[in-house]
Design a protein around this ligand. Structure first.
Ligand code: ADP
Ligand code: MG
Length: 610
């Protein structure tokens, strides 16, 4: 029997392979725009005829190609971007597989004109269904123009598969927007059927976002920024008001490459929590900068999922950063009175506003430690290794305890004999847990415990960043703490900050530390456990916490200082407390993003009862 296996001709192999890369006109746009960016273009013009069915033309002012390179570029696996496999792990360009041009040329009639700066004449190549029809010198500007005509002319089944022009054009725009957002320094001009459709001049990321998505974005973008050893995060998130019914304005980029990632999306949506109604999606433009070796860029060109070796940690960082940004901007839920069901549960907000804090001078002499009696806890769990758990245990213990004295000295001392600085018209305590206060034309409903935590956190944070020092009280007997060698290292590093917070702690031999004094509002037993837990949590979380341990120590210490049973407060105490809170940073949200304050606008009430 005769042998039956033979090699497919290149043109057929290319056509089959092209199915993977070129699925629709938008794929051609994506590949050609990416090539222009890799060629360092600063101006890219796209002309789309018939949603790309008839023609797609892309002109760039990049480096152009030599005569030989122009010919080579259409060969499968022809690339100038990597030389060997190892390069894949350091790749910063958009393409590197050398498949795009071969694929596009296999299923269209393509024309290339290109010139390098150093050449007087450029080159023109015409190629159809992988077959070179002509190559000749051509006078053309520096840079490259690809014209892709009659896509899928030789694969009618694929051509039939295309959707309506409107849909295909939407796909094209989506590709352009992804690339345009990642490259705000590049000017993009889009022509549709011969007319100017859009022009995005070069500028900042914010300008680009506004250019693409409209002026309403202008006031609603919050810059995000975070840097750690695993990832640098920057970009913008939208205020909840900008949320839409589709997630079409949600963008992730890693090293300026667009990608999708369910887990990251989940982190961001968790950070917004109930600030946005269910099934609504706030816009975001989140850029991650990461060592290319830590991501799998060897993904298929049409796929947008990327594998991250530090996925879990990046999730945590993203959630924290977004929460922090929202909190910093005092974005808080208000009650939605449009839904009559809704005000049955005051703490389930479903609409949001951006509020600015009342403009009142902050009392800089406020010192939460000017008090004498901290709450006394005598039975702190001695071996709780996890401070979160420790905190919860304490909460549980305290709420069941009846003998503790609650000290509100720190709040009553805020302004000494002065009147509260805000005009608080009325204050009531509800179930000991909340304060309902009327200030100006707003009703504030405040969770007392969380507010207390926020106040102490802010003071600690300020202390650390301004390198002040809070006073400490001598303990009767010094308290020893034994830790592992790694934990000892962590503690050594954190000693100056702990001292600043009023913790008089020093090293005493190799793995032993001694506490001689505590801040007045942290009981020694609590402090001992808090420090041990802090050391172990930082140490065990490895390098990921190394960058945020200052923040972590502030949180940990603030949590242990703000442990107390819900107090009964006098009118005076409430007024000072509310006044203090409303003048402080991020008074609407805890450092972990939990809601502290619900605000009801009086106007909304009036409307409701109209
Ligand atoms: P890849 O981008 O993966 O390298 P392509 O098939 O997209 O593969 O392109 C092949 C090569 O052609 C590129 O590596 C590059 O050297 C060259 N090239 C493609 N487009 C351009 C352009 N617009 N300007 C300059 N060179 C280009
Ligand atoms: Mg390419």
């Amino acid at each position: 029997m005769a042998d039956i296996i033979h090699l497919l001709p290149d043109s057929v192999a290319n056509q089959i392979a092209a199915g993977e890369v070129v699925q629709r006109p938008a794929s051609v746009v994506k590949e050609l725009v990416e090539n222009a960016i890799d060629a360092k273009a600063t101006e890219i013009t796209l002309s789309i005829i018939d949603a790309g069915r008839t023609a797609i033309q892309i002109t760039d002012n990049g480096v152009g190609m030599s005569e030989t390179d122009a010919r080579m570029a259409f060969e499968r696996h022809a690339t100038s971007k990597i030389k060997d496999a190892a390069d894949i792990f350091t790749i910063r360009t958009m393409g590197f597989r050398g498949e795009a041009l071969a694929s596009i040329a296999a299923v269209s009639q393509t024309e290339l004109k290109t010139r390098k700066k150093e050449n007087e004449l450029g080159t023109k190549i015409v190629i159809a269904g992988s077959k070179i029809e002509s190559q000749e010198p051509e006078s053309c500007p520096v840079g490259t123009t690809f014209t892709v005509k009659n896509l899928f002319f030789n694969t009618p089944a694929r051509r039939k598969f295309l959707k309506a022009n409107k849909t295909e054009f939407t796909y094209i725009l989506a590709e352009i927007h992804q690339t345009a957002l990642a490259n705000p320094h590049i000017c993009f001009t889009i022509l549709k059927d011969g007319d100017l459709y859009a022009k995005y001049p070069s500028g900042t990321l914010k300008q680009r976002i506004i250019n693409i998505f409209g002026k309403q974005m202008d006031k609603g973008l919050l810059a995000i920024e975070d840097e750690s050893s695993i990832v640098k995060i920057h970009g913008f998130i939208g205020v909840p008001e900008l949320a839409k019914k589709t997630g079409s304005n949600q963008y992730f980029f890693v090293n300026d490459r667009f990608f999708r990632q369910k887990s990251f999306l989940g982190s961001i949506m968790r950070a917004y929590g109930n600030l946005v109604p269910q099934k609504e999606y706030p816009p975001f433009f989140v850029f991650l900068e990461i060592d290319p070796g830590e991501i799998d860029v060897n993904i298929h060109p049409t796929k947008t999922e990327i594998k991250f070796s530090e996925e879990f940690n990046i999730c945590q960082l993203l959630e924290a950063t977004v929460k922090y940004t929202l909190g910093k901007s005092n974005i808080v839920p208000t009650l939605d009175f449009s839904d009559p069901e809704d005000y049955s549960d005051m703490f389930k907000p479903s609409n949001t506003i951006v509020t600015s804090p009342p403009k009142i001078a902050i009392n800089p002499s406020y010192n939460p430690f000017k008090t004498n009696n901290g709450p006394a806890y005598n039975n702190a769990p001695s071996n709780a290794r996890n401070w979160e758990k420790l905190f919860e245990d304490y909460q549980a213990k305290k709420s069941s305890s009846t003998e503790q004295t609650i000290d509100f000295g720190e709040f009553t001392e805020i302004s000494n004999n002065e009147e509260p600085e805000l005009c608080i018209q009325s204050c009531t305590q509800v179930q000991r847990k909340y304060i309902v206060a009327i200030v100006d034309d707003k009703i504030y409903i405040i969770d007392i415990k969380r507010a207390h935590y926020r106040l102490i956190y802010n003071t600690f944070e300020e202390t650390i960043t301004s390198s002040q020092k809070l006073p400490s009280q001598k303990t009767l007997l010094p308290i020893r703490i034994e830790v592992t060698p790694q934990e000892a290292e962590t503690l050594q590093e954190a000693l100056p900050q702990m001292n600043q917070l009023g913790i008089d702690i020093e090293e005493f031999g190799k793995q032993t530390f001694v506490i001689n004094g505590t801040p007045s509002n942290i009981p020694i037993e609590t402090l001992q456990d808090t420090i041990v837990d802090f050391a172990s949590s930082i140490t065990n979380s490895g390098k990921n916490f190394k960058d945020s341990w200052q923040e972590h120590i502030v949180r940990t210490m603030a949590k242990s200082a703000s442990l107390y049973r819900n107090p009964e407060m006098s009118k005076d105490e409430m007024q000072r407390f509310v006044s203090k809170l409303l003048q402080s940073k991020s008074y609407t949200i805890t450092p972990e993003g939990q809601l502290i304050t619900v605000i009801v606008e009086m106007n909304d009430l009036l409307k409701k009862f109209n």
